[in-house]
Design a protein around this ligand. Sequence first.
Ligand code: PEP
Length: 254
Amino acid sequence: MDKERKLLIAGNWKMNKTVAEALDLVQGLRRELANIKEVDIVVCPPFTALHEVSRAILDSNIRLGAQTMSEHGFGAYTGEITAGMLKEFSVRYVILGHSERRQYQKESSALIAKKALAAHAASLKPIVCVGETLQEREAGQTETVVGAQVRESLAGLNRSQMEETIIAYEPVWAIGTGRTATTEQAQSVHAFIRKELTNLFEEAVARRVRILYGGSVKPSNARELMTQADVDGALVGGASLEIRSFADIVKNSI
Ligand code: PEP
């Protein structure tokens, strides 16, 4: 598939996998995906497995991501992890503002913007998540909500930082529910996000930013989603926990 931007497919393992299980999964992915050059492949294990997974993907086409990080550089923030600590394990990407963190940890878009700046300061590429709830969609507020999240979560980034930032559109009602947005629903919000980026930065920047779709992506729906002009990859939850399904999503996307 010829796309304007290189596809990126990231697996968000969330709070799953012991170190031994993480190694089984990533070694299997390494075998299955060894020949893939058309897609940037990223796995985001829990913090506890980063070290071993980073060793297991050395000299491969799989890159490492983390699921969150602190906005601070050091200090008395019990339980938190800095961007610099992630860099020690060769982490290249970090998911910020996942809807589960917005919901359970009460992360605001303003906080996510601070984290995005801290990530860039350490040369980590943030994957900034946005998305509306079912109630918001049904009330016709999708663009208002997503537009505000985009503006506020990216506040303060300069153009070159924006180009190195990835956005993941994840309708909350499609996460872990088996309900996928239709390709038309996904494309429509992705195009809207790109328009917002054009307004905030400029068209040349907006054209370079990869916008991933997330929400019940599976091997059976990956290809159709990726055919959409503004869908540049996927952030995958449940289906990233098994070798077969994640490998097939990557292969079916090409
Ligand atoms: C996610 O949580 O980022 C996600 C997209 O989950 P799932 O694929 O399980 O819907």
